[in-house]
Design a protein around this ligand. Sequence first.
Ligand SMILES: Cc1cc2nc3c(=O)[nH]c(=O)nc-3n(C[C@H](O)[C@H](O)[C@H](O)COP(=O)(O)O)c2cc1C
Length: 134
Amino acid sequence: MSEGLNKVYEFLLAAGTYYLATVEGDQPRVRPFGTVLLRDGKLYIQTGKVKPVSHQLAANPKAEICAFMGGKWLRVAGELINDDDRNAKVAMLEKMPALKSMYSPDDDNTQVLYFQNATATFSSFTEAPETFSF
Ligand SMILES: Cc1cc2nc3c(=O)[nH]c(=O)nc-3n(C[C@H](O)[C@H](O)[C@H](O)COP(=O)(O)O)c2cc1C
């Protein structure tokens, strides 16, 4: 597993909240997210298929997330790819147990997506940017 991917995962977990940007036509859309899972060398997030964010990603998988913590910010730009593997949904619900009151692996709503063609950049006002691809 790449060192960069681990670093991104740990940062997102520690930050707790990140902001997910999608596109709808020519309009950017952004909202707070918190779900994150590292599985099979892929960085996953979770949403509900009924949400506008899910519809936007189905039409255009290009997405970017941003999190800020301790004077550093992280941006991950790439494509978010749907994964209907039940095991991936189970793993997400185990990693983020608070989801279990709203979602189950078999509810036809739970959706997990992983980053593909991703570029992650850590930035700060004091250090040179650090970039990883996965
Ligand atoms: C701190 C925080 C974390 C959140 N994490 C998630 C998440 O991981 N997945 C999700 O689908 N919604 C999450 N939400 C709720 C979404 O922000 C909310 O449903 C939003 O309206 C979805 O965007 P949309 O309306 O464009 O579909 C979170 C909300 C907050 C306040």
